[in-house]
Write a protein that binds this ligand. Sequence first.
Ligand code: SF4
Ligand code: SF4
Length: 533
Amino acid sequence: MSMFCNQCEQAANGTGCNISGVCGKKPDVAALQDHLLYGLKSLALYADKIGRNAEIDRFTIEGLFTTVTNVDFDPANIGGVIKRCYELKEKAKASYGSSIPGPVADWKPADDLAGMVAQGEQHGINTLHDNEDIRSVIEILMYGLKGMAAYMDHAMILGRSDDEVMAFFQKALAATTDANLGLMDFVGLAMECGKQNLTVMGLLNAAHTDTYGHPVPTPVQLGTKAGKAILVSGHDLKMLEEILKQTEGKGINIYTHGEMLPAHGYPGLKKYSHLVGNFGGAWQDQAQEFPSFPGAIVFNTNCIQRPAESYTDRLFTWGLVQWPGVKHIGGWDFSEVIKKALECPSLPENPGQEILTGFGHNAVLGVADKVIAAVKSGAIKHFFLVGGCDGAKSGRNYYTEFAEKAPKDTVILTLACGKYRFNKLEFGDIGGIPRLLDIGQCNDAYSAIQIAVALAGAFECGVNDLPLSMILSWYEQKAVVILLTLLHLGIKNIKLGPTLPAFITPNVLNFLVENFNIGPITTAEADLKAILG
Ligand code: SF4
Ligand code: SF4
């Protein structure tokens, strides 16, 4: 059995994984994910006609998120999702009252998993379109939809939704099956995806800040405290809150991992005294770091890797993330995780370094006068947004070097797990303004945009005219949709690395260069020189 997947930065040989995924995805899972996407398009053909249906829209979001890199590696679970997709498609069809002609609308999955895998093999990326440039833009759109679905899922968990965004999901999925659409139609849809994602990131930001308050600058302990412990990895704040509530008074300390680090800045979460610190670095180091965390560990979203045997028995997944053989928590009852944490050995008292997080737009704009005065006086010469997804491939030391070599009169804004490349380094401050400002998770790109727009307003210029450069690292599909949002906002001169996506053809890259002057990173020295002159 073979496969082909090129949706993330780890794509084998810079082209695509065709034997087995570098991420650990097996060919059967790849085929089932392709099958699920085909089913979601079939469902969308009807959903686009019948208008808003909360059950179908919620399913579409979860279905897309299931296919994001490092989320669901469990074939049996994906098979169940495909069956549910078919049930909903039939329901939508009944609601529409007639049949849409064509093979996509006619889709029906096989009864058994092997049959579903065989069907999925017929619906791989290469079947998206005969023209490679159109296929490239359809892939950009599909990955943008997946990334946007991930953010929408978190927003929906906190009770938010948006009819216009949901209508776009169904319209765009349906459009990918329309043979009459051309290159510029899909370019337009990809740009619209960026626009809709700005709404989604805004929804999620409001959901987070309305529920937990605006993040405030907060020191986070990187060492350990004596006692039983649970480590929470992923992005979902609501799930962390539930763990905090259910462990209150039980003598269990809670640590964040990876993209959960910014949780420490939210007043509604930092109020729990047993939220004691952050353990480890970015996702790709989990297999090296988790063996030395003796407590229970829970993944609430990506990015999970194949677990080492040494910690599989104390590892749990929650929500959409699944790994075969790892205990999955299906709802909001974490008593099994708590029981495991109490059975596990305690962590030692081992105080460590403290780092700062919590510089969302509210905190940064709260000292806007100071920041603007520092720019006007020349104390701050330039801002760099250095962030995005981290990853395992070589070439990412660039981001450490870039941050280290950025002149002392520059400020670095950072977000997402790419920050772990340099967030333990000492950067000092400029007149009391820390030189390294951790804005938050990848979805907090929304905060970065708010800061940039506010600065542009203060200096009466456009965002592209600010002394601000974006040096982004990408890994998976959330980074794709954030890039689409930045392009939708007309932001130019973005530097992207460590390598460009395998799914972008030379012609599509030329289009991006001509219209947005987007370019690959080179070396830290050369890029700094080019930016600062
Ligand atoms: S998600 Fe990335 S690493 Fe995994 S199979 Fe696809 S391209 Fe390869
Ligand atoms: S920012 Fe991207 S790479 Fe990092 S943990 Fe989140 S999804 Fe994974």
